[in-house]
Structure formats: C-alpha cells, structure tokens
Ligand binder design. Structure first.
Ligand code: NDP
Length: 458
C-alpha cells in the first residue's frame, strides 16, 4: 500500500468513460464515505464548474435514479474544472496552482491514447509527476512496439511503482472470484488439469454494437479491444499454477501467460456483423473484425493438449462473460448417457458466469427414472447475486485502489508484453472477416474451432 491520495485529477472529464464509469464511481465512493478529496476535471472544453456538476448529476442518474442527496452534495462540493489544450504548458501551470498543497495526487488519463504523450510531458515539465501516481487505460498501445514506446514515455516521468495500468476486468468481483473458486475449494484443484478437463471455453459477448463509438472501434477491433486484454486475463486466471501467497498472484499470472503459445490465423475465425460498414466512423471497406474466435494452447504439464477456445464479439445474442470448463466423459460403462447418443454419459460441465448475472451452473449426470441404467443431464444453477447481494463496481474498486496506492489489481507491464506476443499473429491480417447476422452467435465457421454454437446460459 502507498500513501493515500489527496486529490484526484481526471483528464478527459468531458468524455464517455468519465460519464459512464468514473463520475458514477466517484459518487459511489462518496456514498460509502471513501472519497474525501478534491476532484479536478481536465479537458479542452471550457466547462464551468457548474457544468461539470450538472454532468455528474446526469451520469449518476443514469446508473442510480434514486440519487442519495448528501452523497451527491459531497461529490458536487469537491468537483472543479481546469481547461486547456494538452499541448499547452499553461494548462499544467494552472493545474499546478490548483494542486498547490497536494502531496499525492492521482492523475487519471481518461483521454484517447494519442493524448497520453502530451499529458505525461506536461505533467513532468510542471513538476507534477514527481509526487503523483498516474492511471492509464487500455489499450496499452496498438501492438508490441507501440506498447513499449508508451511504457518508455510513462517511465520517463513516473517511477515504475507509481504507474497504474487499468484493465477493469481485474477489478470485477466475479473475475477476482475465480481465484476463490479455484483455491478456496477442495473440489476443484484436483481435477483442474488435462487428466480431467477436455476443453476450456471463454466467451465475452456483447449484445450491442459500437454504440456510437465506431470511429474508435474501427481502429481497434475485437482482438485489440477485448481478446488481447480481458479474455487473456481470464485465461490466465484459469490456467495459472497455484500461487503460494496472495503476493504471488501477479507472478503466477505472468508465468501462465508466458506459457501460452502465439495464436495462429489457421485456428482463428474473424467475423464482422452485417451493417457495420454503414456506421458513421467506419472506414469504407473496413476489414476490422467485430468478432473473433480462436484456439489458444497453454504449454504446461497441466494443460498440454487442452484447447482454450476464446471468443469475443459484438452484436451477439446475449451479453455474456462466461467460462465453460468441460470435463472428460467418465470411463465406466455402468450407465449409458441419455443425452449423448453414445454409450457413455456426457462429460460434466462447470459453467461460470462472470458478468452481471454472475454465478455458476454445474451440469451433473443423474439416473434417468425407469428400469434402465441410463443417466441424463441436469443443470444446477447458483445465482451469486441472490446469495451475495450487489457487489461494488469494478471502476469504484479500482479508483479506490489507485487512491490508496494499492497496485495488485492493476496490470503488470510484463503481462502486457506477453499479451501482445500472444495476439501478434492476429493483428491486421489481409483477409476480410466473415459476415454474420446481428443477434446470433457469430459466423457458423467458428464451430470448427470447438465453440459451442448455442450456449445455454442458465
Ligand atoms: P473519448 O473519446 O470520449 O475522449 C475523452 C475526452 O478526451 C473527450 O471528451 C475530449 O475532451 C478529449 N479528446 C478527445 N479527442 C481528443 C483529441 N484528439 N485530443 C485531445 N483531447 C481529445 O474517450 P473515452 O472517454 O471513451 O475513453 C478514454 C480512455 O479510456 C481511452 O484511452 C479509451 O481507450 C479508454 N477506455 C474507454 C472505455 C469506454 O467505455 N469509453 C472503456 C475502456 C477504456 P475535450 O475535447 O473536452 O478535451
């Protein structure tokens, strides 16, 4: 843990991320009594403080129509604006004046990556980087070399331990919960290997398209937007060797990624939903993928030969952040499987839902009623929202961590290096993606990789 922050500065306070996530997170911190410091918004737009407060109100109402007035008043009373161009040193001078007396500010860069360089240079030149922490959002570069260049830039101003790289999946309670599931239960670890597991399938599906951000999305695509970061983070949590202590989770994660082979276009299906090309901001003839499915190999004694099938896409049938662990079929011949159409019962499945509907479903074999020795599948769902109640949002947890100087839920730079190595072969291929209808599960061709064409989600 570091020293507690005494000011939060948000670059890009007028933007989409600030509206959807950061302002609501600050409100929720105020509601829990965890804010307690001034919040300075930075933007080129010349907003008065009052406009920022009104925008914060709208942002909070979007997620919480029943606004708690004292909590909102606390937030409103702490908000102020500093405006200017990111390349203009005057902006940083004014910011330094506003931060006078602040010893440990947090600078959150919620601006497009093209602005990072100017912001970091400006903070360094004004002497503000000497005492602050910086939070940067994914994407961490565009490929391995631009990611290194970004890192060099950040390190030119801030010492390594004060650079916090944000992948909000690491702040999601259900994603972090994978560690508890694996390592706080005696059921799973003995079967968590190639002897018992036939396949791991990870799905990050969005029911919606680019939501007016096609200009941003078209330069990224599903591989850079989701596969490189969120999907590989989840794969690492599934694949990692048991860390001996909480402090070693980060090392175990790096080690798991190091053992993942680079992905191959031969075992990848890229798709693009019909209608994408007509969206404003999409380049004519764009070959950006809005869907990707791929087979990942984890080259360890635990996983050799077990396919990790990853898929991510937009405009699919449902919103889902799911992991399906498919176990091998039992070898005994005592029961015939009613569902499998073959001699032996279906392999069990453990279906983990890590999104808003978080929980898990076991598929078990039970004896089919009747005289014959036949088993059939029953699905046993567990709804964790009902059991545990609502949990804190990822952005609230991570903003709180950044303010406390807690870094273990931020991304280790070695992880980013490995992630770019793994997805490298999938970046900007020449062939066009396959078209798919919005509202389905993507191109049917992906079934050859072993993706489940009609996933059951209860
Ligand atoms: P926006 O495109 O909304 O930009 C944020 C703000 O930056 C804008 O309000 C604008 O403010 C300023 N800005 C935009 N373009 C430029 C430019 N060319 N030069 C200088 N300033 C500019 O970005 P988001 O809020 O969507 O995202 C911010 C960061 O967070 C990005 O790095 C993004 O990749 C990342 N991110 C975003 C997510 C999201 O859901 N939105 C999710 C995960 C990561 P003004 O003109 O007033 O200065």
């Amino acid at each position: 843990m570091g020293t507690r922050a005494d000011t939060v500065v948000i670059f890009g306070i007028t933007g989409d991320l600030a509206f959807k996530k950061l302002l609501p997170a600050l409100y929720h911190l105020a509601l829990r009594g965890g804010l307690g410091v001034p919040v300075v918004g930075v933007a080129r737009s010349r907003w008065e403080d009052g406009r920022l407060v009104a925008t914060a109100r709208k942002a909070v109402e979007e997620v919480r129509p029943d606004v708690d007035e004292p909590a909102f008043e606390e937030l409103a009373g702490r908000l102020s604006m500093v405006s200017g161009d990111y390349a203009d040193e005057g902006l940083y001078r004014r910011l330094a004046e506003r931060l006078e007396g602040a010893e440990h500010p947090v600078f959150y860069l919620a601006v497009p990556p093209a602005v990072f360089g100017d912001a970091v240079d400006g903070l360094r030149a004004a002497g503000l980087a000497d005492r602050g922490r910086v939070v940067v959002e994914k994407p961490f570069g565009y490929d391995a070399s631009s990611s290194r260049a970004l890192d060099d830039k950040l390190r030119s101003a801030f010492p390594a331990e004060r650079i916090l790289r944000m992948d909000h999946y690491l702040g999601k309670e259900p994603v972090e919960g994978l560690l508890a599931l694996r390592f706080a239960n005696a059921f799973f670890e003995p079967m968590w290997n190639r002897e018992h597991i036939a396949k791991v399938e990870i799905t990050l599906a969005e029911k919606f398209g680019t939501q007016g951000r096609a200009g941003f999305y078209d330069a990224a695509g599903a591989v850079r937007d989701v596969l490189q970061n969120h999907a590989l983070q989840i794969a690492a949590l599934i694949a990692m060797e048991p860390p001996a202590t909480a402090e070693q989770v980060q090392e175990a994660r790096v080690d798991a990624l190091r053992h993942m082979r680079p992905l191959s276009l031969d075992t990848t299906v890229r798709g693009q939903y019909l209608g994408y090309q007509d969206e404003p901001g999409v380049a004519p003839g764009s070959t950006t993928e809005t869907y990707v499915a791929t087979r990942l190999s984890v080259d360890t004694a635990r996983w050799r030969g077990v396919p990790f099938v990853l898929r991510a896409g937009k405009n699919l049938r449902e919103n889902a952040t799911d992991v399906v662990i498919g176990l091998r079929r039992p070898t005994g011949a005592l029961f015939a499987g009613a569902d499998s159409g073959s001699g032996s019962p279906e392999g069990n499945q453990l279906h983990l839902r890590l999104g808003r509907d978080d929980g898990l479903t076991f598929s078990l074999q039970v004896k089919s009623p009747g005289p014959d020795a036949v088993s059939r599948t029953v699905r046993v769902p567990l709804d964790l929202e009902t059991v545990l109640g609502p949990r804190q949002e990822a952005y609230e947890r991570l903003l709180d961590d950044a303010m406390r100087g807690r870094s273990d839920r931020f991304v280790d730079p070695r992880v980013i290096e490995e992630q770019w190595r793994i997805v490298g072969p999938l970046l900007d291929p020449e062939q066009a993606p396959l078209p798919y209808e919005p509202g389905g599960w993507g191109p049917a061709e992906a079934e050859r990789l072993g993706v489940d064409a009609h996933p059951e989600r209860s």
